[in-house]
Design a protein around this ligand. Structure first.
Ligand SMILES: [Zn+2]
Length: 197
C-alpha cells in the first residue's frame, strides 16, 4: 500500500522498490516487484491468428507462445467437456499501455506501470456472457478445477488481497507451468506465498 501511494506522485515511483526477480523460471510481478519500462516478453503471438478454441473480445490479443499453447490445450479440453463460451478479453499489455490504463483509472483500481502481470505476456483475462458474475458460472467452476492441469493459476483469489495486493479477480489467470500450478492448487498458496517473496 505504501508503494501504491508513493507511485501516485510520478517521477520517483520506483524508488525503494525491489527490482523484479525470477524465482527459478517463475516471474513474480507485483507492486514491489516491477518490470522495467522496456521489458517486452519474447515470442508474443497474436491469438486471433492461431487456432483458438475460445472466443475473443478483440483480434489484437497477444500472449507468449508457450502461454498460448497451454491455454489452447486448456480451452480445447473444456470444449470436449461441453464447457463453451469462454471469451478472452485481455492478454499482453505494454508498459506504455499500462501507463494509459493507470492514468484513466480511479485510484487503486489499476496497477501501476511495471506492476501489471499483463506486461509479462503470461496472463490473460477471461469471461463468459452472463448476467451474473463470471465466478457464478459453470465455466468458472471448470477452470477452478482444471486450470492447474494446463499450468495456470487463478492469480488473485478471494480473501488473499492482503498477500497479493489485489482484490479478487475471478477472470485473471497466469501461466506458471504444470508443476508449480499443481502444487499451488494443492496447497492453496498464492504465487507470493509459493515463491516466498
Ligand atoms: Zn488481468
Amino acid at each position: 500500500m505504501v508503494a501504491l501511494l508513493a507511485g501516485s506522485f510520478g517521477l520517483g515511483w520506483h524508488f525503494g522498490v525491489e527490482s523484479t526477480r525470477f524465482h527459478g523460471k517463475i516471474l513474480l510481478v507485483n507492486e514491489s516487484h516491477r518490470l522495467d519500462a522496456n521489458y517486452v516478453p519474447d515470442e508474443l503471438v497474436n491469438l486471433y491468428q492461431q487456432r483458438h478454441s475460445f472466443r475473443m473480445a478483440s483480434s489484437e490479443i497477444y500472449l507468449t507462445r508457450q502461454t498460448y499453447e497451454a491455454m489452447e490445450r486448456m480451452f480445447h479440453a473444456a470444449e470436449e467437456a461441453d464447457m463453451n463460451g469462454y471469451i478472452v478479453t485481455s492478454g499482453y499489455r505494454s508498459y506504455q499501455r499500462q501507463q494509459e490504463v493507470y492514468a484513466q483509472s480511479e485510484p487503486g483500481k489499476a496497477q501501476q506501470p511495471g506492476a501489471s502481470e499483463h506486461q509479462t505476456g503470461l496472463a490473460f483475462d477471461v469471461t463468459v456472457e452472463t448476467n451474473d458474475g463470471f465466478e457464478s458460472t459453470p465455466q468458472y467452476a471448470w477452470l477452478m478445477q482444471h486450470a492447474h492441469e494446463y499450468g495456470f493459476i487463478q492469480r488473485y483469489p478471494a480473501n488473499k488481497a492482503d498477500i497479493t495486493g489485489i482484490s479478487y479477480e475471478p477472470w485473471h489467470y497466469r501461466y506458471v507451468g504444470v508443476d508449480a500450478a499443481t502444487r499451488m492448487h494443492q496447497t492453496g498458496q498464492t504465487l507470493e506465498e509459493f515463491i516466498g517473496g
